[in-house]
Design a protein around this ligand. Structure first.
Ligand SMILES: O=c1ccn([C@H]2C[C@H](O)[C@@H](CO)O2)c(=O)[nH]1
Ligand SMILES: [Zn+2]
Length: 135
């Protein structure tokens, strides 16, 4: 099995840990760091709905909290007709930590997989460097 499908299958499996009493829409994510370590994420909802966190951000925040700085690949899975498209907030968080050519594998339970780069997922994104305006 290729590395891509290992990530995809793991992203599908980690949905089992999602805490989704409000949406009943479990999402799983797996993030691979340059170190080779894998960081999993699932969506975690809250009775105060907006406090909920998506699977993608849980995986990214876990990795950052463990000291990871560079990433090579990510997979995201949900029970959608098409490969699941990450929400706008997650795309912005991804763009903070992922290079423009980083590959993100989006999938559904049939393993219809669409691989996109960070640049394709969020073109013309607001970057840390945009804060450094010369005066
Ligand atoms: O890419 C996505 C899309 C949605 N969700 C979550 C947010 C919410 O918990 C539920 C329904 O939107 O799915 C994710 O975790 N990732
Ligand atoms: Zn999201």
């Amino acid at each position: 099995m290729t590395a891509k499908y290992e990530l995809v299958k793991k992203a599908i499996r980690i949905r089992d840990n999602a805490y989704v009493p409000y949406s009943n829409f479990p999402v799983g994510a797996v993030l691979k760091a340059k170190s080779g370590k894998l960081y999993t994420g699932c969506n975690i909802e809250n009775a105060a709905y907006p406090v909920s966190c998506c699977a993608e951000r849980v995986a990214i925040f876990k990795a950052i909290a463990e000291g990871e700085k560079e990433f090579t690949e990510m997979a995201v899975a949900a029970d959608t007709d098409r490969p699941v498209p990450p929400c706008g907030s997650c795309r912005q968080v991804m763009s903070e930590f992922f290079t423009a050519d980083m590959k993100i594998h989006l999938t559904n339970l049939k393993e219809d997989t669409k691989t996109v780069t960070m640049e394709e997922l969020l073109p013309f994104s607001f970057q840390p460097s945009d804060l450094n305006k010369e005066t």
